[in-house]
Design a protein around this ligand. Sequence first.
Ligand code: NAD
Length: 494
Amino acid sequence: MSIETLANFVDGRGCPPASGTYLDCENPYSRTVWGRIARSDAADAEAAVSAARRAFREGPWSRFTAPQRGAMLHAMADVVAAHAEELARIEVRDNGKTYKEMLGQVKRIPEWYRFYGGLADKINGAVLPTEKPGQMNYTLHEPLGVIAMITPWNSPLMLLAWKLAPALAAGNVAVVKPSEFTSASALRFAELMTQEAGLPAGVLNVVTGLGAEVGAALTAHKDVAKVAFTGGVTGGRAAYVAAAEKLRPVSLELGGKSPNLVFADADLEQAARGIVSGIFGSGGQSCVAGSRALVHVSAMETFVARAVELTGKIRLGDPMSADTDIGPVATPAQFDRIMTCIGWAKKDGATTAIGGAPVSDPSGGEALFVAPTIFTGVWNDMRIAREEVFGPVLAVIPFETEEEAIALANDSDFGLGAGIWTRDISRVHRVAAALEAGSVWVNSYKGGSQISPFGGYKMSGLGREGGMEMIRDYLQVKSVWLNLADEVAYPFPL
Ligand code: NAD
């Protein structure tokens, strides 16, 4: 069977990697290699950054007015919307998530380009009333330049939109390094944006390959003005350190060990539904997966019974089928990681309420599946309660008082999301204020908007994505002083 060969996308066209080497792309459901992507290195990073820099300094993009940039982002939104099914299929082929999830994500992407497109001509400086007579002072808000965008495999195009839409609205240019497991969608997206939306060559470049190779080359590149990274803590730290060497700003969207707090007065049916979907939606392969359930001792039995019952109905299978709720695990390495984490929980004495083992491929193939798993009898100091699994594993931990619940929730290296399940409105506000998490949902879990900021406390990240203010992270401010007097102030003898 012939396989597709995908080149990098640099300066508006396909560019084979300088080294001539490639990485295989495997479909996690069929377990077949459908194509190969460029295994890029520092030479490819150099070519992409140079093309981006030319586009930023000299190309047509450098002459786009703010309203023209806004119109371009709206055109990009229209092209994504027109190709949503195609782009969603490309995502599923690489990461094995269900088509309904990926299509839902891709269909929301245009909202990001429209929101930030609408902001493009609303970025203005100010004339400042300084104390200096005869002097006028005003500010200019300028783009930073070349932004290196590094993205993971779980929601590739959506997480790219979170970075690219505000960056382009502010007038920047981009070099994208998608996950080595899911590079095809970014390549196709860049091609569509250039060929159909009319984005000038060099504004959006994509180089594929390994994080430690082309990813590291990009984050250390002297002409990269900012690094916007989404992924795990290890890669994020490496990107942060590399950018620090060049004193460049960095945004990091990293992992989580997000808790749901179920109080005694909660609607336990709704809590069970919200928590089961909050962890097992996406097969747990979501940064904000609610992987810890902190449950009041009086609610424990009812909550666990219902959560187990709901979990037992989740259907594993072909990610393209409308009847499938969870597709295969995205990669063999991720499967091994999930099984290792399950092993820790069992060894540390947690009780397997459901799952806890691999499931053979329902279609008789070789796809890797893990049963949605709930562990009870977990204490917050167990490894299963502390480390991100990034798979379908829920750890249920008991508590007795509100103070204890807050302390357990906050006793984590991470702080991405949290859920509160209660009918007590005073408690809602007390607990929401006390939780160390970038997003707090009350009587629901997950969900977000381009209009609202998203990001993490502690090791879950640095900076926010989404919302109006966030566009400022892609701008720098220049202060311009004009002497209105005829003569310059001169302190020395004439
Ligand atoms: P990962 O860190 O392995 O890879 C993410 C990206 O970083 C990839 O493109 C990879 O090639 C690159 N990379 C890795 N090492 C690098 C280095 N040294 N220098 C430069 N680039 C490097 O993460 P992953 O397995 O693809 O994704 C899963 C992780 O992403 C989870 O921890 C998850 O929680 C996190 N995530 C966070 C968010 C968020 O918004 N907070 C969203 C989705 C996923």
